[in-house]
Design a protein around this ligand. Structure first.
Ligand code: HEM
Length: 130
């Protein structure tokens, strides 16, 4: 289930999702704008599948880190479960979007089977982060 799978993320992003400033970006209470747009949802699935590399700025703090791809360990059901866990258990606000389904994760991956971790950080700049 999502809580169990999140343990692999907690190694870097911490069990609370608060992250480590300058090293690992926080996930808690700030990904809603990604969850509520089509491009943002695709971004989340692709970051989990392929990782993320390149500078990103979160709450005024720049991260020049590298997130390893999780796509070997997490199949479609695992990606859906962990993303739903973050939004429903780590975020304090009530989710205002539909949960991820295995079918949605599959559709996003089929639409774009390969995308680089570098390309994803460029794409992120066009998405509005909270
Ligand atoms: C970035 C989720 C595992 C290190 C991110 C982002 C998400 C995320 C959604 C993008 C945040 C944003 O765009 O604002 C997850 C989930 C994980 C996981 C759900 C488990 C399935 C890990 C692990 C590490 C890690 C194990 C460390 C080895 C990082 C780093 C970044 C990042 C360094 C920023 C990369 C950059 O600066 O370009 N993570 N992560 N993550 N994650 Fe993870």
């Amino acid at each position: 289930d999502g809580a169990k799978l999140y343990k692999r993320c907690a190694a870097c992003h911490l069990p609370t999702g608060e992250g480590v400033p300058g090293a690992f970006p926080p996930l808690k209470n700030r990904l809603s704008s990604f969850y509520t747009s089509e491009e943002g949802r695709a971004y989340l699935v692709q970051v989990l599948s392929h990782g993320l590399a390149g500078a990103i700025t979160v709450n005024g703090v720049t991260y020049r880190g590298f997130m390893p791809a999780q796509g070997k360990a997490l199949k479609n059901d695992g990606i859906a479960a962990v993303l739903n866990y973050i939004q429903s258990d780590l975020h304090e606000e009530k989710p205002d979007h539909s949960p991820f389904t295995i079918e949605e994760v599959q559709a996003i991956k089929t639409a774009e089977p390969k995308v680089s971790a570098q390309e994803l950080s460029k794409r992120r700049q066009k998405l509005v982060a909270t």
